[in-house]
Write a protein that binds this ligand. Structure first.
Ligand SMILES: Cc1ncc(C[n+]2csc(CCOP(=O)(O)OP(=O)(O)O)c2C)c(N)n1
Length: 326
């Protein structure tokens, strides 16, 4: 069971499910194609954490800005990124978001307020805090959201940014996706106090812990934080308790020290299955609607793969195009 559904029309609630399913199916395909050698570089899957990106982004407008992490596909899709250009970027093709030269960890789309994924752990937090300052200076009520992991919450930029955002009352929402692991290191080994949200007290801002697999709970917490930020009252730290289903990256043969029972327990709390059940109970979803949704998503992903395959790889002479500093 998840939280009572929020005051959102049924079609918005179904759209949340559709986005969560799109993230999952996109990544299942990316993982398969990575395994088949069609995608190179590194791919970090967000499967299992979909409710966080979708719950938060449902509380935002298109012009609000977000920043992501190395595990960024979910945030891109939840903010409305184009699946074709995303997949083409993973495929390393010219039609991709970075013309095929960035890969999975470097997808950005300023037109939808997606300031970028980021391969540097905690590297996005200062950038998007600057976007929060920009939103404050613009004076149009915009907000900025930083997504980051529990690992990043132990890095200096997290603390520096919370401090300055709190002091300047920036319209920021800091969203910690606490999936209990940072690569192969458990949060229990690196956090003397497991709840990251408690750190907010040190900066005089609200800190809330949310079930990150409950998309409505995430949405409600984000909505409250967004309202506070838009009203000029400053930042909020939201800690979403969640779990990644897959190993740290899709690279074959990497160690995954997680206990099987721990993984299994989280698989039982699939955020998508929880939402599906809730929508069915509310009479807003049935098999036919779900089948149509799955079929639309499958078509969009096939189209994204075809789009990618039809695009050429970047040419050697394009290597230094769009390089602004060296
Ligand atoms: C500054 C920096 N240090 C180390 C790494 C290597 N690294 C990549 S992901 C990762 C773990 C990040 O964990 P967390 O922030 O909890 O995010 P999650 O992977 O769980 O989503 C590490 C240590 C890096 N990319 N950047």
């Amino acid at each position: 069971m998840i939280s009572l559904s929020p005051n959102l029309p049924p079609e918005r609630q179904r759209a949340m499910l559709q986005q969560m399913l799109t993230i999952r199916r996109f990544e299942e395909r990316a993982s398969d194609d990575y395994g088949a050698g069609k995608i190179h570089g590194v791919v970090h899957c967000y499967i299992g954490e979909e409710a966080v990106a979708v719950g938060v982004c449902t509380a935002l407008t298109r012009t609000d800005r977000i920043i992501s992490t190395h595990r960024g596909h979910g945030h891109c899709i939840a903010k409305g990124a184009d699946l074709n250009r995303m997949m083409a970027e993973l495929y390393g093709r010219q039609a991709g978001y970075c013309k095929g030269k960035g890969g999975s960890m470097h997808i950005a789309d300023f037109d939808i307020g997606m300031l970028g994924a980021n391969g540097i752990v905690a590297g996005g937090i200062p950038i998007v805090t600057g976007a929060g300052l920009a939103a404050q200076m613009e004076g149009k009520g915009g907000v900025a959201v930083s997504f980051f992991g529990d690992g990043a919450s132990n890095a200096g930029p997290f603390h520096e940014c919370l401090n300055i955002a709190a002091t300047m009352k920036l319209p920021m929402i800091y969203v910690c996706e606490n999936n209990l692991w940072a690569a192969q290191t458990s949060a229990a080994q690196t956090h003397a106090e497991i709840d990251v949200a408690g750190r907010a007290a040190g900066y005089g801002i609200p800190g809330v812990v949310v079930d990150g697999n409950d998309v409505f709970a995430v949405y409600q917490a984000a909505n409250t934080a967004v309202a506070r930020a838009r009203a000029g009252e400053g930042p909020t730290l939201i800690e979403c308790k969640t779990y990644r289903w897959r190993a740290h990256t899709e690279r074959k043969g990497q160690p995954d020290p997680r206990d099987k029972a721990e993984v299994e327990a989280w698989l039982q709390r699939d955020p998508i299955a929880l939402l599906e059940r809730q929508l069915r109970q509310q009479g807003e979803l049935d098999d036919a609607v779900l089948r149509a949704m799955e079929s639309e998503i499958a078509g969009a992903i096939e189209a994204a793969v075809a789009f990618s395959e039809a695009s050429p790889v970047p040419l050697p002479e394009q290597a230094t195009d769009d390089v602004f500093a060296a």
